[in-house]
Design a protein around this ligand. Structure first.
Ligand SMILES: Nc1ncnc2c1ncn2[C@@H]1O[C@H](COP(=O)(O)OP(=O)(O)OP(=O)(O)O)[C@@H](O)[C@H]1O
Length: 235
């Protein structure tokens, strides 16, 4: 049986005003999984991803390879279980600044002999293969289009090769169908490749078609928790 990468146990989250958003969220993410999460608008899908990355207050446990985030140290944990936001426009500075900052966590794959400095080129090349000109790395995030932001943020998340699980929040919502297909195919190929650092994806999407194309498992989030379905859900 595949090793559990993430175990989510009794996760519950309340809104800032105290109303409960969701409770009783339990599921496991295994190597090779592309877990598609769907649910009504406002159900808390983005919030759930942030809880999994320890970016949002919650109760319950999220264990990565059998250990809590605190036992690893939260910054390190976040480089292994990495949240990729739908919009990176609120980040300060440029994508190049951001990549340098997260490289400083020293979280690149310890098994690899490649240092973060060398990885930068790989990240830029990956983004280039998705149509991102190198000039964009030195523009402020706020001056990139939505689709450019998404591709740059994804290229950093994948190309740094520190993450084993990516938490993808509608990662291609601003992309045209061709760009979206390129990103989907690349991510799927990474999960299928035996030598890839990337082992699983948790993917929030509103697109039924995209869910069918990428998903290996399907969860629906509601206030009472997540429901796993054998086949793709109709939204
Ligand atoms: N910082 C915040 N302050 C107050 N309320 C918030 C905050 N963040 C999220 N919410 C509320 O929590 C609920 C869940 O939001 P969330 O973005 O997680 O839902 P979602 O399922 O991802 O929605 P969508 O499908 O529309 O993107 C919404 O009612 C939202 O207004």
């Amino acid at each position: 049986m595949a090793e559990a990468l993430l175990e989510i146990k009794d996760v519950e989250c309340t809104k800032p005003k105290g109303d409960r958003l969701f409770t009783n969220v339990n599921f496991t993410v295994n190597e090779g999984d592309i877990v598609v999460i769907q649910g009504k608008s406002g159900a808390g899908k983005s919030t759930l991803l942030k809880c999994l990355a320890h970016l949002n207050l919650h109760s319950g446990d999220v264990c990565y390879r059998g250990r809590t985030a605190r036992s690893y140290g939260i910054p390190y944990f976040r480089t292994r279980v990495m949240y990729v936001p739908q919009r990176a426009s609120l980040l300060p500075g440029t994508p190049r600044d951001f990549m340098a900052a997260i490289s400083l966590f020293g979280s690149y794959n310890q098994k690899s002999s490649t240092k973060p400095k060398g990885l930068s080129h790989e990240v830029v090349e990956l983004a280039e293969s998705w149509g991102i000109d190198e000039e964009l790395w030195d523009r402020n995030w706020s001056n990139l289009s939505g689709g450019e932001m998404q591709r740059v943020a994804l290229a950093i998340a994948v190309g740094l090769r520190s993450a084993e699980v990516l938490l993808l929040d509608e990662p291609t919502s601003a992309l045209d169908p061709d760009s979206s297909a390129r990103v989907e195919n690349y991510l799927k190929s990474q999960i299928e490749a035996v030598d890839s650092n990337l082992k699983a994806l948790v993917w929030v999407t509103h697109s039924e078609e995209q869910g069918k194309r990428v998903g290996t498992r399907f969860l629906r989030l509601s206030a009472g928790g997540v429901q796993e379905e054998n086949a793709h859900l109709d939204v």
